[in-house]
Design a protein around this ligand. Structure first.
Ligand code: NAG
Ligand code: NAG
Ligand code: NAG
Length: 458
């Protein structure tokens, strides 16, 4: 009737979870104060626990584990032990004992994800957060406390720690430096999670960092070379038809995708209707046939833009020379490109001044006796073909009886200013019915004789 169930626990209480099956974890002792047969006692244990009772010496029982224990599944057991005597009727009594399972560091930290990816735009601020990793460890206290760290490794030859850092407590991964997409587009780091057990358990995970492009590079023009370095001129044949390929602007952009998708536009040109540029090819073509009236020197300002947000651009100048003659190219340097009209005006002024000076000079020559003497022999030998009309006195037509010479003057005046480009040719009169040389010579002699001043010198 009166039981004493003495729990001689623990042999070890709490029981370490790693005890092997069959390990004796405790001893109980049962006492019945009744006499004789009634003192015979049988003990039993509930069925659903991994323990059994093994009779030991008189009224002593061993509590033996029957299977693996796992603290992470069941951390304590309420074991109910029932004692029944042999009496009639039998009496029984039961007692519940609590059996705790102690932790063993048998679980490594496990990352919540198989791998992690972080996406960051280039030119990020150092210290910015990339992502965070997290690992769980179901063990108890320090056996389940996770500490994160970077596994040593290299990224582009530099230690990985110079690229990212991980917060040991939180698993938050920070960028240590600013990344450059043009240098590398992604890299991998390995993060280890370790518990604080003794010995510690760990696992690792791969974190891939993907750097995305930012439009931080302007287009770079390879051709034509930047101004100042060289003076490049493209020659356009005068016979070029509309649609002819004249030149090509070549540019590159270090960015990628839309940020490197270049478009070309002519922003300024000497003759806006003459040339066109392929928006994406950069090819410069004539838009129509070249005509005589087109200015020989053509200047195009081309803008190259990428398609980024916001877009970046670069400009270049393209010098085009409509000519078939390479020898004309160097003279371009002397001439201002933008002042086509004022240039023409200045030439006209120079020409007018030259013509005036020329005539003035000859009037002086005619008036001066000595000068006329020197000129006469030259006229006889090499000046027979052309007679400057200025030599002729106003009454010349009356002197010449035949009247044929009057309409047959070829007078070409060349005004030379010293520059080849400023050669101007003025034809005052032209007639195909030029007299034969000998006839002209005769007239010449006649003309000179008719000069009142020159007769004496013949
Ligand atoms: C064991 O019993 C105690 C109180 O007696 C109770 O708080 C605990 O929840 C029980 N444990 C189980 C596993 O039943
Ligand atoms: C952690 O596990 C070790 C054995 O791996 C054990 O000795 C220790 O008591 C455990 N610590 C805690 C707080 O349970
Ligand atoms: C990382 O984990 C893998 C298995 O997940 C293991 O094979 C490897 O040895 C670990 N590396 C380190 C440095 O712990």
């Amino acid at each position: 009737v009166n039981f004493f169930i003495l729990l001689l626990f623990p042999k070890c209480n709490p029981i370490p979870e790693n005890v092997s099956p069959g390990t004796e974890v405790g001893i109980i002792n049962v006492q019945d104060r009744d006499s004789e047969t009634n003192r015979q006692v049988r003990c039993s244990i509930q069925q659903n626990v991994p323990f059994k009772l093994v009779p030991s010496i008189k009224n002593y029982y061993s509590v033996v584990s029957t299977g693996q224990l796992d603290r992470e599944l069941v951390s304590d057991y309420n074991i109910t032990i029932t004692a029944t005597d042999e009496g009639s009727p039998p009496l029984s009594s039961s007692k519940t004992v609590q059996l705790s399972v102690a932790d063993i560091n048998d679980n490594p930290p496990v990352f919540e994800e198989q791998s992690y990816s972080a996406y960051v735009s280039e030119n990020n601020k150092p210290g910015s957060t990339l992502c965070s990793v997290s690992a769980r460890d179901p063990d108890w206290r320090q056996n389940g406390t996770v500490v994160y760290s970077l596994l040593s490794g290299e990224v582009n030859g530099a230690p990985v720690s110079s690229y990212v850092s991980v917060n040991g407590d939180t698993g938050v991964i920070h960028a240590v430096r600013s990344f450059d997409y043009e240098q590398f587009r992604s890299f991998k780091v390995h993060v280890m999670a370790r518990d604080n057990g003794s010995p510690p358990l760990s696992s690792n995970v791969t974190v891939s960092v993907f750097i995305s492009d930012v439009n931080d590079n302007s287009p770079q023009i390879l051709y034509p070379a930047p101004e100042g370095n060289s003076f490049m001129t493209e020659l356009v044949p005068k016979a070029a038809h509309g649609g002819s390929l004249v030149s090509k602007v070549i540019a590159v952009d270090a960015d990628s995708g839309q940020n490197a998708w270049l478009s070309y536009h002519i922003v300024k040109s000497t003759d806006p209707g003459l040339f066109t540029i392929g928006v994406h090819s950069g090819e410069i073509r004539t838009q129509r046939d070249i005509s005589e009236s087109d200015s020989m020197k053509q200047n195009l300002i081309v803008s190259v833009k990428d398609n980024g947000q916001p877009s970046l651009s670069a400009t270049c100048s393209m010098y085009l020379l409509i000519s078939d003659n390479l020898a004309e190219v160097p003279e371009l340097k002397d001439i201002s490109y933008d002042e086509k009209n004022s240039k023409l005006t200045s030439y006209l002024i120079i020409a007018l001044v030259c013509v005036s000076t020329f005539f003035l000079t000859f009037i002086i020559i005619i008036m001066g006796v000595r000068f006329c003497r020197r000129r006469k022999p030259r006229l006889l030998f090499d000046g027979a073909v052309a007679i400057p009309s200025a030599y002729l006195p106003p009454n010349y037509a009356d002197v010449d009886g035949t009247g044929t010479l009057r309409s047959a003057y070829n007078y070409d005046a060349y005004l030379t200013t010293g520059s080849r480009t400023s050669d101007f040719k003025f034809v005052s009169s032209y007639n195909d019915n030029t007299l034969p040389a000998d006839q002209t010579l005769r007239k010449m002699v006649y003309v000179c004789r008719s000069f009142p001043f020159s007769i004496t010198n013949f």
